[in-house]
Design a protein around this ligand. Structure first.
Ligand SMILES: Cc1cc2nc3c(=O)[nH]c(=O)nc-3n(C[C@H](O)[C@H](O)[C@H](O)COP(=O)(O)O)c2cc1C
Ligand code: SF4
Ligand code: SF4
Length: 300
């Protein structure tokens, strides 16, 4: 069995997961952004793995770049395809959207897994911020978040064993998505959730567009830099899609953003802020370094 594990990552969780899976399956680890300048992408591998973070489960859940990558992949029908979507507690029906997208391009998602690898601020704290402007504060001020995060990394080892054993035996039928009851509940609240998201993204982009995914690349207009910036250029290097250029005044965003937050998370001076990251935590996977991110665009 020859396996290729394709990944996209902003804060290292998907990268770490993909690296572990590739090691266990003795497969190749390939960064999706490093291939995106190709018109179409061919692979000789029998097994194709996709590892990515869930973005906007209110919509597709699959990051734009991963969505487009699937459209470029050739000969999907001859591959055994599996996917792992890492998330922070709400993957919703991401795997179902992915399965449908792969199927529309002639392939079949034989195994679709989700794994919570990130512990966000509690929902109650986010609501207090959204409705009463209460500052979220330091993550360390929330007892339990650090402990939960530690447990998540431990639990990953079990999930890794489950996924790799499933793929090694060419399992079929596992698509981790919502139960029918949860789907029905989701459908009730979805219009409201989408309305709120559209409103927020119109604000971030500073303009109105018909489709949510037209606003995503423009949301970088809401990034700000502080006086701590020393123009080191690391944000530009870690950006997986070359969406940042450094000028005399520091970083400038070029409006084809994937919203991965790598620039915000990897800035050594914590000099990046803005409305787009007002609910985000400046963390990254402990087993991943800046070099891994620079490699993401260049390959490797
Ligand atoms: C723009 C954006 C949107 C996100 N949307 C969701 C979401 O809808 N549901 C969820 O569970 N997590 C969501 N997340 C959290 C990520 O899936 C999670 O932090 C993941 O571990 C990041 O993986 P990475 O370290 O590989 O970038 C979102 C993160 C970002 C940056
Ligand atoms: S990484 Fe931070 S300090 Fe370096 S150029 Fe970017 S914003 Fe400035
Ligand atoms: S500009 Fe920042 S958030 Fe946007 S894709 Fe690049 S690193 Fe990610």
């Amino acid at each position: 069995m020859s396996a290729e594990i394709y990944y996209f990552s902003g804060a290292g969780n998907s990268f770490a997961a993909a690296r572990d899976i590739a090691a266990k399956l003795k497969g190749d680890l390939i960064a999706i952004p490093s291939l995106m300048n190709q018109e179409s992408i061919e692979t000789d591998a029998d097994v194709v793995g996709l590892v990515f973070p869930v973005y906007y489960a209110e919509y597709r859940g699959v990051p734009l770049i991963v969505w487009r990558f699937i459209e470029k992949l050739e000969n999907l029908s001859s591959k055994y395809i599996f996917a792992v979507a890492v998330h922070s507690g709400g993957p919703d029906v991401t795997i179902q959207h992915l399965a449908d997208h792969i199927s529309n391009h002639g392939g079949k998602l034989s195994g679709g897994f989700t794994f919570k690898m990130d512990v966000p601020y509690p929902v109650s704290a986010k609501l207090k911020k959204a409705f009463f402007g209460k500052d979220l504060g330091d993550p360390s001020s929330y007892p339990g978040m650090a402990a939960e995060q530690k447990k998540v990394y431990q639990d990953w080892k079990l999930k890794l064993a489950e996924i790799t054993s499933y793929v090694s035996s060419r399992g079929e039928g596992t698509l981790e998505t919502l139960s029918p009851a949860a789907k029905a509940l989701r459908a009730i609240f979805l219009p409201l959730r989408r309305l709120m998201f559209m409103g927020r993204y119109k604000q971030l982009a500073g303009e109105s567009r018909k489709h949510f995914y037209e606003l995503v690349p423009l949301a970088d207009r809401s990034f700000r830099i502080t006086e701590n910036c020393n123009s080191c250029g690391i944000c530009a290097k870690v950006c997986p899609v070359a969406n940042i250029e450094i000028t005399d005044g520091g970083p400038g965003w070029l409006h084809h953003c994937e919203n991965c937050y790598a620039c915000f998370k990897w800035c050594p001076e914590n000099a990046i802020s803005g409305k787009i990251v007002e609910y985000a935590i400046r963390n990254h996977h402990p087993g991943v370094g800046v070099k891994d991110f620079i490699n993401q665009r260049q390959g490797g």
